[in-house]
Design a protein around this ligand. Structure first.
Ligand SMILES: C[S@@+](CC[C@H](N)C(=O)[O-])C[C@H]1O[C@@H](n2cnc3c(N)ncnc32)[C@H](O)[C@@H]1O
Length: 348
């Protein structure tokens, strides 16, 4: 039999007063059943999950009326969607607080170290830089609408409808990224895949029992991946606000995802990846790229207007730019060309 909880137990679980629980009951957000014999209210698991959701949304200042609307659809998918929303808000707050904390540390160092009034100008610089980073982190939008592509993604890449046949070497790219990630087969490694999509690269790691977690900014992609690979650990998250603590992973892999970030965003994404990577870890990115500005110009000259438009709808990396960015962090880049537009870069 499923466990039932008294008001007192619920108030202890959530660390809130029984009055607060009654308030939500009066507002008809929760509706615990009454025991026929003693008329006491008892809460079941659904009531507890609902209460958790109410408290989270109240923490985020959502009005009672809006919460009531959310509860109108109690399907599993709708519930999952709300947890995703909460997760996103919490992850955002953590990232914002981390940025503020880091900036305050920089400001305090400046004030300590400065011998004259010049520290005031430095403080302004730190504040400007913090706000600029937060703006970039916050303003990335999925203008390609991956949610609507999720269900047909696998089928469409097999057909490869793109004019430039981006996916003609799809399996070769994924196999090579996997091989590079697990060169030392005896080592136990923690792997993170960013932009996991429908899980095709992660599957290679799962099949050989590697500890892999995938993140993606698209909820629908995550749903498809979970349906295909129920054992795959998945989280909502993006390159710019990776939802994990520092120095957690040995290897970070990503395929066909990095070109959805422009250069400013790529710089921040590289910082983010290095933050969650162990110090001796490696990052392997398989994606659409140009070797250099010269390589780009030569290739563009051979393309039709339609093909150029397709390329310019996204942000193919310039490998020289990536090399510079990783060099700042003491990482070297190894480059493997898969075909005209597809490369693997490995930062070690
Ligand atoms: C073309 S699909 C590639 C999927 C998979 N990696 C593969 O190789 O088949 C691009 C994926 O990257 C995800 N993506 C795009 N931009 C992202 C970002 N900034 N952060 C996280 N995921 C992102 C998309 O949601 C989508 O699932």
């Amino acid at each position: 039999m499923k466990k039932l909880y008294s008001v007192k137990e619920v108030s202890e679980i959530f660390n809130i007063s029984t009055n607060k629980i009654r308030f939500y009951e009066k507002k008809e957000l929760i509706n615990p059943k009454r025991n026929a014999e003693n008329d006491y209210r008892y809460f079941n698991e659904n009531d507890l999950i609902k209460l958790h959701t109410i408290l989270m949304y109240r923490e985020l200042n959502l009005p009672i009326e809006s919460i009531r609307d959310i509860f109108k659809d109690e399907s599993k998918n709708n519930l999952l969607n709300h947890f995703y929303t909460q997760w996103e808000v919490v992850n955002n707050q953590i990232h914002k607080m981390q940025l503020i904390k880091g900036s305050l540390e920089d400001i305090m160092d400046n004030v300590y170290e400065s011998e004259n009034e010049s520290y005031k100008a430095e403080i302004i610089k730190v504040i400007e830089s913090m706000n600029e980073i937060w703006k970039v982190k916050n303003e990335w939008k999925d203008k390609w609408d991956f949610n609507s592509w999720a269900k047909t993604y696998d089928e469409s890449i097999r057909k490869d409808c793109s004019t430039l046949n981006f996916y003609k070497n799809y399996d070769k790219l994924l196999d090579t990224v996997f091989e590079k990630a697990v060169v030392d087969k005896k080592m136990t490694i923690k792997v993170l895949e960013i932009g996991v999509g429908t899980g095709n690269l992660s599957r290679r790691f799962l099949d050989e029992n590697y500890d892999i977690t995938g993140i993606d900014q698209s909820r629908e992609m995550l749903n498809v991946a979970k349906e295909k690979f129920p054992k795959l650990k998945l989280r909502l998250g993006d390159f710019l606000k990776i939802p994990f603590e520092n120095n957690k992973f040995d290897v970070i892999v990503s395929t066909y995802a990095f070109h959805h970030l422009d250069e400013e965003e790529k710089k921040i994404a590289i910082n983010e990846m290095l933050r969650v990577l162990k110090l001796d870890g490696k990052i392997i990115i398989g994606d659409l790229m140009f070797e250099s500005q010269k390589d780009k110009e030569e290739i563009m000259e051979t393309l039709t207007k339609g093909e150029i438009e397709e390329i310019e709808d996204e942000y193919y990396s310039n490998i020289d730019f990536l090399r510079e960015q990783f060099k700042v962090h003491g990482k070297k880049l190894e480059v493997t060309r898969i075909d005209k537009l597809v490369f693997i870069v490995e930062a070690n």
